[in-house]
Design a protein around this ligand. Structure first.
Ligand SMILES: O=C(O)Cc1cc(O)ccc1O
Ligand SMILES: [Fe+2]
Length: 462
């Protein structure tokens, strides 16, 4: 009997989008052939009657290796709009300046259950965004904010522009279709997207409601971590980062609104055309996305638990070597092979602050209570580690030395050297797990004199 016909290859939604591969590349993209000026940035007249506009992501004088800018060739320049006004009603749950007047300091271990995605009223990505914590100030170009979002409708007739910093968005539920001035990006859960400071973008929800996590960095940009002795390959690879290709619309859009986040506050300005009117662009300052399943984990292959920095996907550095303003670290599926080793995370106190989220599955340090869409915050020097159930189960595993695969799980951490202040609404949230501390209270002492060595030597008798 003839073999049944092979099933058609699975269509990936993303196939309808064309991306440019690489991180830090100098890219160029034309939606219409011949629309990019050749050999110069600002000709007297650009091809096809377009306007030239530069978007700078670093000061003009930044060192060449870190200098970021893109030239956009558009049907009308961005400046063609009515004056900015404070948005009314004001967004009450966004912070760009973390001080005593806006936020609270607490060393308490904090955990939140996944937030409901509210349907009434329906919220778009802008209104669905709420700050959890952060440090520093967008005005001083140093600091970060950690937000979460829950959105039920696509942005309509408006674009968002964040003058404060770069967004790293981690959808946990529901795809995001993001239109940017450089083109479109489709971002399902399991992927992340970076929208650098100043880009105008609109978020559509092609699958319905979406929720997730956002970190925002002020005054710097994400880059790949150095690999040190790992060598030239491993962890996140530059070629797996994807940027969009030029896409534009020309429709007359009366009352189109630009929503500009500036100092944590929102301002609006109207114009009569879409900001997605860039026919061609070139440069190295671009939005990009990354599929976390492409990450190539390195880890211990004999004994002990490696520090989580081994799983750094992207880092936003401070001026101090090795000190991150914000690291984005993941805990992906991987083989565990360490012998005579407590394999889950160790108990620890960290001079860095750790905000964690869970995209899917169960996190290796928490048997209960840390759920997909939930979050935890362990601030500078606040003790934390595996819950009682995880500890007891781990030390009594008969197969503790056998290789085992950690599958079906994806957690992540935003880790920062700056101590965060927390928003009052996050502390008061109905999603807050006020009993979080209980997960460790049951940890009992296993200490026994009979089992261990004497801790002090006896004085020799004269
Ligand atoms: O606290 C956490 O769960 C994150 C974490 C994981 C790990 O494997 C080692 C240290 C660490 O902070
Ligand atoms: Fe930790």
């Amino acid at each position: 009997m003839a073999a049944p016909p092979a099933p058609p290859p699975q269509q990936h939604d993303d196939d309808s989008f064309r991306y440019l591969s690489g991180l830090g590349n100098s890219f160029s993209s034309e939606a219409v052939a011949g629309s990019l000026p050749r050999g110069q940035n600002s000709p007297l007249l650009c091809p096809l009657g377009l306007y030239a506009e530069q978007l700078s992501g670093t000061p003009f004088t930044a060192p060449r290796a870190r200098n970021l800018r893109t030239w956009l060739y558009r049907t009308k320049p961005s400046v063609t709009h009515e004056p900015f006004h404070p948005r009314r009603p004001a967004h009450r749950r966004l912070i760009g300046d973390f001080d005593r007047t806006t936020t609270v300091a607490t060393p308490t271990q904090l955990r939140w259950r996944p937030a409901d995605v509210p349907h009434d009223p329906p919220l778009d990505f802008i209104d669905g965004l709420y700050t959890i914590c952060g440090a520093g100030s967008s005005f001083l170009r140093h600091g970060y904010a950690i937000h979460m979002y829950a959105a039920t409708k696509s942005m309509d007739g408006c674009a968002f522009c964040n003058a404060d910093g770069d967004f790293l968005i981690v959808p946990q539920q529901g795809k995001l279709l993001i239109t940017t001035e450089c083109g479109k990006l489709l971002v399902p859960p399991g992927e992340i997207v970076i929208i650098p400071q100043g880009f105008r973008f609109a978020v559509d929800l092609p699958d319905g409601p979406s929720r997730g996590y956002v970190s925002e960095i002020f005054g710097t940009h994400f880059q790949l971590p150095d690999l040190g002795p790992i060598g030239a390959n491993g962890l996140a690879s530059a070629r797996d980062f994807l940027s969009p290709t030029a896409w534009f619309e020309q429709a007359h859009r009366p009352g189109y609104t630009i929503v500009q986040k500036y100092g944590g506050e929102l301002f609006t300005a109207t114009q009569d055309f879409s900001p997605f009117n860039v026919v061609a662009w070139h440069g190295n300052y671009v939005p990009y996305k990354y599929d976390l399943s492409k990450f190539c984990p390195f880890n211990t292959v004999l004994f002990d638990h490696a520090d989580p920095s081994v799983n750094t996907v992207l880092t936003a550095p401070t001026d101090k070597p090795g000190v991150a303003l914000l690291d984005f670290v993941i805990f992906p599926p991987r083989w565990l092979v360490a012998e005579n080793t407590f394999r889950p995370p160790y108990y620890h106190r960290n001079c860095m602050t750790e905000f964690m989220g869970l995209i899917y599955g169960i996190y290796e340090a928490k048997a209960d209570g840390f759920l997909p869409g939930g979050a935890s915050l362990h601030s500078c020097m606040t003790p934390h580690g595996p819950d009682t159930k995880t500890y007891e189960a781990t030390i009594s595993r008969p197969d503790a030395n056998e290789p085992s695969k950690l599958s079906g799980t994806l957690a992540f951490m935003f880790e920062s050297a700056l101590i965060p202040r927390v928003c009052q609404w996050a502390l008061d949230s109905p999603s807050r797990d006020l009993d979080y501390y209980q997960c460790w209270i049951g940890l009992k002492s296993h200490f026994s004199h009979d089992k261990g060595q004497a801790t002090t030597e006896e004085e020799p008798a004269d």
